[in-house]
Ligand binder design. Structure first.
Ligand code: SF4
Length: 371
């Protein structure tokens, strides 16, 4: 796997040798984009932050991987943490940051001790005078969102904030702060060191009704038939969900899996986590389960998300109990669209994706429940 290649501080040595501007040029040429879902070019993000005049600057590694069905960052933290830490050091060097943070998902706290040992070992070897602190999340999904991470690290309740200002310009304690996730930072030294590093190799978290769930690496454009041959469906498959927020679409063996082909179906690839759903499941039941998750995780700051996610659950429950008619389906769609359009952060803006895409692809399941 490309992501498991170790760089043994060669990337940091190279970065210091060629200098900040050249590092940005190389990362840009190599096409490294954020692996958390948004796909923003890393060099552009770092450049924006460097363009802000400030006495202090911070770097955060987002290890708060809370999306259901996503576990690729945990795989890296367990199997190649050294390269991720090296990526953090390169970011600190390029951004002239003296303080870095790893915001670790609460459920991954068992990895903390080993991470701390690796950090002190690598800092010693690098001779860099910076600090890397691990901050443990408390289990809130919203804290994977950039502005909520900032609040949490500063000791506040993990609420999402309005943007702009973006964290790259005004982040921790009002200072420019760059946030990259575990996979992105791991790619930084690898992209610098290896000439054959390929930006299209992505980690996929595979789960659901398959015999071999796990983390796999495939090149974008991989055929769905190749994925299915590897993970072996456990019975006939009906659908696939891209985590919780990316939507649901039918399984098509001929699909070339990439951002474009997934978006064409109205879904979002996010961090490439695919939950396969077998024929035995009704999509309304799956949507109800996802909707309950959003209700539970909504931070409650803005009305459309706080109130709307509860309405979605109630409507889905009504449909499931065969007390709904066609007008409720129409209302469900309108609610989902309205919440997405008016919510403040990514949680509210994506909480209707599973409903809207399943209404597009699996309307039969809804109609079968009507009174
Ligand atoms: S959209 Fe939801 S999670 Fe985001 S700020 Fe509003 S209430 Fe909180």
């Amino acid at each position: 796997m490309q992501i498991l290649r170790e760089t043994k501080l060669e990337g940091l040595r190279l970065a210091k040798k060629i200098g900040r501007a050249k590092v940005l040029e190389v990362l840009s040429k190599k096409g490294l984009v954020g692996r958390g879902g948004a796909g923003f070019p890393i060099a552009k993000k770092w450049e924006t932050s460097l363009g802000v005049k400030a006495k202090e600057r911070y770097v955060i590694c987002n290890a708060d991987e809370g999306e259901p069905g996503t576990f690729k960052d945990k795989f890296i933290l367990k199997n190649n943490p050294e390269t991720m830490i090296e990526g953090l050091l390169i970011a600190a060097y390029v951004l002239k940051a003296k303080r870095c943070f790893i915001y670790l998902r609460g459920e991954y706290d068992y990895l903390r001790e080993e991470l701390e040992e690796k950090i002190s070992e690598i800092l010693k070897k690098s001779k860099m005078k910076i600090s890397i602190e691990i901050v443990r999340g408390a289990g809130a999904y919203i804290c994977g969102e950039e502005t909520a991470i900032l609040q949490s690290i500063m000791g506040n309740r993990g609420n999402a904030m309005y943007k702009p200002p973006h964290p790259t310009v005004e982040g921790l304690w009002g200072k420019p702060t760059v946030i990259n996730n575990v996979e992105t930072l791991t790619c930084v030294p690898q992209a610098l060191v290896y000439d054959d590093w390929n930006p299209d190799y992505r980690l996929f978290s595979i789960s659901g009704d398959v015999c071999h769930p796990g983390v796999y690496e495939w090149e974008l454009g991989v055929k769905m038939s190749t994925i299915l041959d590897t993970v072996k469906p456990n019975g006939k498959l009906k659908a696939m969900a891209f985590g919780c927020f990316g939507g649901i679409m039918p399984v098509n063996k001929n699909l070339s899996v990439s951002q474009n082909t997934i978006c064409k179906e109205g879904c979002q690839h996010g961090a490439f986590s695919i939950i396969f759903i077998g024929e035995k499941h009704n999509i309304v039941d799956i949507c109800l389960s996802i909707a309950k998750f959003y209700t539970y995780e909504s931070c409650g700051k803005c009305t459309p998300c706080r109130e709307g996610t509860i309405r979605l659950v109630n409507l889905l429950k009504k449909i499931k109990s065969k007390k709904a008619d066609k007008s409720d389906i129409k209302l469900l769609k309108e609610f989902a669209e309205h919440i997405q359009e008016t919510s403040l952060c990514g949680l509210g803006r994506s909480c209707g994706n599973h409903i809207l895409t399943s209404l597009k692809h699996f309307k039969k399941d809804y109609m079968g429940y009507l009174k």
